[in-house]
Design a binder for this molecule. Structure first.
Ligand code: SF4
Ligand code: SF4
Length: 232
């Protein structure tokens, strides 16, 4: 977490290069116990990857699998994965064999047991730090396999997630927001439409100026476009 932040007892800050013991695999007794009773926030890039695995548009994905919340004090709406009403609040993608959207699983699923905090300094340069989150039910910590942040993130394919999430951070931590900017209802809707639906943005904005690109590149452009639109 950002230096100076107080951490709960089950969360340990990792120094640079520090290792931790952890391994997760289908043979652990707790396999998929962590895929229920979750508050799983989805970033725009999470939705790009999930919708591709499921063969849906961004809007179809949000309609079927997401809850959008906006609470007093929030700047922009938050998007969460909607859990099943099965008495265990299971993730809609968990099965007895594991995650059915493994190739597109969200960044939070990939990052655990780590937590990653990223922030911009006053010059606009990004920084990150990591913690280990010890959950009692998670038997992965009993394994003696040693991991470190670099190897863990590599093994979980986190590079494009971190890159896209850090690009979004430049919008979420924009100096105008720190100065008190509050989006209007229309601007909050634009945030969801532009970054999470993506398809309308592609049709009305990107294709209009002749841009043809992957959804990953499109999202990068959409973040840049929305930042200029909100903070001209
Ligand atoms: S070891 Fe931890 S992360 Fe892996 S399945 Fe069990 S609870 Fe989930
Ligand atoms: S997306 Fe996959 S890994 Fe993440 S909570 Fe759901 S089933 Fe588990």
């Amino acid at each position: 977490m950002k230096p100076g932040m107080q951490l709960p007892n089950n969360v340990k800050q990792l120094a640079e290069g520090e290792s931790f013991c952890f391994s997760c695999h289908p043979e652990v007794h707790c396999f998929c116990d962590c895929c229920q009773q979750l508050e799983l926030a989805l970033t725009p890039y999470d939705v790009v990857r999930l919708k591709d695995v499921l063969g849906l548009t961004g809007k179809e994905f949000l309609d079927q699998y997401a809850v959008i919340e906006y609470e007093e004090g929030d700047i922009f709406p938050r998007v969460y994965l909607a859990m099943q009403n099965d008495g265990r609040e299971s993730c809609p993608f968990v099965s007895v064999d594991g995650c059915t959207v493994y190739g597109g699983r969200p960044s939070a699923c990939r990052t655990y047991p780590l937590g990653r905090a990223a922030w911009l300094d006053q010059k606009g340069e990004s920084h990150s730090s990591h913690v280990v989150i010890y959950e009692n039910h998670c038997l992965g910590f009993a394994d003696t396999s040693r991991q470190n942040v670099v190897n863990w993130e590599k093994s979980q394919g986190l590079a494009p997630y971190n890159e896209a999430n850090d690009q979004l951070m430049a919008l979420l931590q924009h100096k105008n927001i720190r100065a008190g900017f509050k989006p209007s209802t229309e601007q909050r809707e634009l945030f969801i439409q532009t970054l999470y639906h993506l398809e309308p943005f592609k049709k009305t904005t990107a294709e209009n100026i002749g841009l043809v690109m992957s959804d990953t590149a499109l999202l990068r452009y959409a973040i840049h476009w929305l930042t200029n639109e909100l903070f001209p």
